[in-house]
Write a protein that binds this ligand. Structure first.
Ligand SMILES: C[S@@+](CC[C@H](N)C(=O)[O-])C[C@H]1O[C@@H](n2cnc3c(N)ncnc32)[C@H](O)[C@@H]1O
Length: 216
């Protein structure tokens, strides 16, 4: 899959009025959702963090008010063909392949024709490259533990703490193709048809990430 810069995605400029009515969705937003988007996350700590005093006592994250608790494995709360942009950073690797395919199909359903999906995940190829270049005798163990593929009771509280699968520049576009997207493309950090990408995409994820984008 080639990397491409600045594809126009066949989009026409939208008026400010039309943009206001756009539905934009961030799946597995964590604490980094931005204003004007539907920020969805399934952490069990979201409702508790909104109770008085409990967040300070239990030292839990303070979830922004606009984050909506939603398990995206159960579907997306939007009518078919209604969503303009879907963004997801470092969340798809927390699902099994079949769960992620179901979610990607659900994204395809919810997006309007011409709508954009962009997914960022840890790039397995980069991790393998680091491993093969590592002269440490314990590189094998560092590599395997760095994949974070073990699950524990901790996952119930923090569903983003361990991975269930890893992607590379072939498997992530393949997932989107299987879900119905015709031309998924690997793109660079913040190289996107999503106008708010500079506010949305996290600098801290840049060095480890693979970015794939597709248009319905
Ligand atoms: C590693 S964090 C990524 C957060 C943020 N997007 C980022 O890039 O820093 C993964 C997020 O996915 C959320 N998540 C995990 N499973 C989910 C599900 N089934 N539905 C919605 N969100 C989920 C977790 O609660 C967590 O906030």
């Amino acid at each position: 899959m080639r990397r491409s810069r600045g594809l126009p995605h066949g989009k026409l400029p939208l008026s400010a009025h039309m943009r206001e009515r756009e539905i934009k969705v961030n799946l597995g937003c964590g604490l980094s959702g931005i204003e004007g988007w539907h920020n969805l996350d399934n952490s069990i700590t979201i409702p508790f963090s909104r109770l008085p005093l409990l967040p300070q006592i239990l030292k839990m994250p303070r979830w922004p008010k606009d984050v909506q608790r939603c398990d995206v494995r159960k579907g997306l709360p939007f009518p078919s063909g209604s969503v303009t942009y879907i963004y997801s950073s470092h969340t798809f690797e927390h699902f099994s392949y079949s769960e992620s395919l179901k979610i990607a199909k659900e994204c395809f359903r919810a997006l309007k024709t011409g709508g954009i999906i962009r997914i960022a995940v840890p790039d397995l190829e980069l991790l393998v490259r680091d491993y093969t270049a590592d002269r440490d005798p314990m590189a094998s163990h560092k590599f395997v533990s760095g994949l974070s593929l073990h699950h524990s009771i901790h996952d119930l509280v923090h569903p983003g703490s361990n991975h269930s699968q890893m992607f590379d520049r072939r498997s992530l576009p393949h997932l989107l193709q299987e879900a119905g997207f015709a031309n998924p493309v690997c793109r660079e950090y913040r190289d996107s048809a999503i106008p708010e990408i500079n506010r949305l995409e996290l600098e801290v994820r840049r060095e480890e990430s693979l970015y794939v984008e597709a248009q319905k």
